[in-house]
Design a protein around this ligand. Structure first.
Ligand SMILES: Cc1cc2nc3c(=O)[nH]c(=O)nc-3n(C[C@H](O)[C@H](O)[C@H](O)COP(=O)(O)OP(=O)(O)OC[C@H]3O[C@@H](n4cnc5c(N)ncnc54)[C@H](O)[C@@H]3O)c2cc1C
Ligand code: FES
Length: 277
């Protein structure tokens, strides 16, 4: 029997791109094998390795929900070589995709609970997947709140969706930026401070947070002060990956491999790992 090669990317075509911010670009892609695309399944929070041929591959969350399968969406912040090359890719170009990889948000066990999303910068990408998935299955969940922050209005991704997110009757959205900016009509302040002011009740609630490490650190402290228990807080880890399938050992933290045991962890699980935050 020949085992499928876990390193072999599937070829996909970029059908659309969106320049979200000066350094974040979104790619909507379809696998070239239409049969495979039709049957492609994944869970909210799972990631993919995107490859630019001849350059390399990097990890990105699939930030479109599985309830909307016209395409797979990835949003890429420019960081180094692979992401800089990805930013030169346009509609019609071909890339490689290895997906789905990793674990996912435990959305089944969140049914009937209130949900608080706290996203910073590109950290909004994984939250977007789960949030849209929950909104598409709205009756399964209690109150849904979103606190989304970026450095400035220009750094906020998914701007074309913000008017809907801020006006939907079935969710509460607070947008915040670090410092006053001309024309900004929403909140000003750092995410952990704004979260403290919002003071969501921990009762029957799960908080899901994703963003830069410094934001996560203070957001976790704010959630703890509000009374959230460690197992009521969920976050994702961004450890560098190579194989993505638990073979190379590149992404290990203590006894865990982020590529198969994560990237989604509860704060209770993180506390058992060597100092990652
Ligand atoms: C599970 C997971 C999900 C991710 N989802 C997204 C996403 O949806 N959108 C997105 O834009 N990015 C995401 N990332 C981060 C993304 O994988 C890296 O930014 C990317 O690999 C950088 O590749 P590069 O070759 O361009 O940069 P490199 O040239 O390899 O690195 C440039 C700089 O960024 C640092 N860096 C690179 N990768 C990481 C990392 N993972 N963590 C911390 N520092 C890093 C390097 O140390 C270096 O200083 C995710 C990472 C993981 C592990
Ligand atoms: S990336 Fe190879 S073991 Fe996780």
């Amino acid at each position: 029997m020949t085992l499928p090669n876990p390193y072999l990317p599937e070829i996909a075509t970029v059908i659309e791109t969106v320049q979200e911010t000066p350094n974040i670009k979104t790619f909507r892609v379809r696998l070239n094998n239409e049969e495979r695309m039709k049957n492609f399944t994944y869970q909210p929070g799972q990631v993919g390795q995107l490859s630019v041929f001849g350059v390399g591959e990097s990890t990105f969350v699939i930030n479109s929900p599985p309830t909307r399968m016209d395409y797979l969406q990835f949003s890429v912040m420019r960081a180094g070589e692979v992401t800089a090359k990805l930013h030169t890719i346009n509609a019609g170009d071909q890339i490689g995709v290895r997906a789905p990889l990793g674990n996912w948000f435990p959305y089944e066990s969140m049914k009937g609970k209130n949900i608080v999303f706290v996203g910073g910068g590109i950290g909004m990408a994984p939250l977007r997947t789960l949030m849209l998935f929950m909104l598409d299955n709205r009756k399964d969940y209690g109150d849904i709140s979103l606190l989304y922050g970026a450095r400035s209005p220009q750094d906020m991704a998914f701007q074309y969706e913000l008017p809907e997110w801020t006006t939907r009757a079935d969710m509460k959205t607070v947008l915040t930026i670090d410092r006053e900016a001309p024309g900004w009509e929403h909140t000003v302040g750092l995410i952990p401070n704004v979260l403290t002011e919002m003071a969501p009740s921990p009762k029957n609630c799960v908080a899901i947070t994703c963003g830069p490490p410094i934001m996560i650190k203070f957001t976790l402290q704010a959630l703890k002060k509000l009374g959230f228990e460690d197992d009521q807080i969920i976050t994702t880890l961004e450890k560098r990956m190579k194989c993505g399938v638990g073979i190379c050992g590149r992404c290990n933290i203590g006894t865990k491999y982020v590529c198969v045991d994560g990237p989604v962890f509860t704060y209770a699980q993180l506390k058992e790992l060597p100092n990652e935050l």
